[in-house]
Ligand binder design. Sequence first.
Ligand code: FRU
Length: 491
Amino acid sequence: MLRIFRLCLLVICGLPLCAWGDSTNEAIVRATAAIQAAVPRAQTDPIRPIFHVASPAQWMNDPNGPIFYKGYYHLFYQLNPFRDESGPRALRYWGHVRSRDLVKWEPLPIALWPSGELGEESIWSGCCTLNDLGQPMCFYTSIGVGKSAFDQAVQWAAVGDDLIQWHKSPANPVLTDALNDRKIYDWRDPFIFRDHQKTFLVTGGHMARDRGAAVNIYEAENPELTQWKHRGVMFEHPDADAPTVECPNFFKLGDQWVLFVSPYGKVQYFIGDFNAQTCRFTARTRGVLDWGSSFYAPNTMQVSDGRRLVWGWLNGFPGGLGWNGCLSLPRQLGLGRDGQLRQNPAPQLSKLRGKKVGWKDVQMSNGSEKLTLPKTNTLEIQAEIDMQSANRIELGISSGVKDAPVIAVTFDGAELQVVDAKAPLLLAKGERKLTLRIFIDRSVLEVFANETVCVTKIIAPLDANPTLTIRADGGPAVAKQMQSWPMHTIW
Ligand code: FRU
């Protein structure tokens, strides 16, 4: 009786039913059914991207635990299976997809759900790794029933043999506040890395109630990775106004160490040195991963040949469509000679291309040149422009529909502008070349410029008759290569 009353109360309050005290089986059955019920609406929505990884339906946010294991790229993601919005108390599960080639993806059953019987309410972001016994494990931030993510979070682990089925570790919680010598607020998002035969875990958070963003570091004390010791603060955010750090990622790229942090705003990277004895990271340089305001909480994967890939959560879609959120394209990371980060779309993405249209040596002047794009709203455009004596160039992508807004990409030699987002983009001395890779996936626009600047925006989709206009101001320029392809679905 009491139970029926409680269920009714929760329905009336509009809260997801499995949040409080459900058994594990009830939680997953209900969550799966809720996703399935939303699929028909979500998947027929004309603005839903088709070549970006996304949940089959409902709300999703951060990519979690990307790992290459036994021939598959696995990605997990933050999922609210009950709603197409973030929802109360940010109730989260881990959704799951995998791919053999980064080209075609396969949705898999929900990987992790809250163990209501153990007092767990929500499963927040984290990572996957193999422990020293070779077992796949994931680590994540666990929010207890009625507990505050601000000052009561703990870190849990689950063990899996095939990455599809997971068992919560009997050692949970594997990291608690008791390890820390002082209070860490918003303590979350474990990420594991290795150096000098040691296994380390970093977490995000802040050291005072509303400031002191910092990355804390822990060292594993057993091969099962269930016992940890706090090794202190690895990195204090240099900006006094950075409120916190979410989703730290820390990895080696070439001979440098790179830290990604999500400080409630644009995602930042820091590059520098790590000392495995003192557990301190000293940053030499910094930058921004994406200058749009729709890319957040990225997570990286190391592939066996050493390549490092990153996916971010793309947000800012309209609500009420049965889905909300997707991941960025996989980006391959590198370091430039200038010591700054390089990002390129993973080369495998070219397998999604259909029939090419192309132009060579198009002279650009202040009269616009109009080119006809593939007849679709899922496409890639690649442009190699020699600015010559122009002081500004502009590409405008338009729908065939009269008065539809133009997607404008402009460059003045120092700043790239994509719609309303501005990014500094300096050319090397004497260099006049701009290389653009522009991906349009219905409502998602992802732009890569000279491998150094990325801008992601959520846009109004094009229609099936898009055109591209190009122009140069202040002198002539030449579009040496312009190519465009329709892009196929990843599903
Ligand atoms: C980042 C974040 C993480 C947290 C998760 C909850 O977007 O706030 O810090 O673990 O989302 O969904």
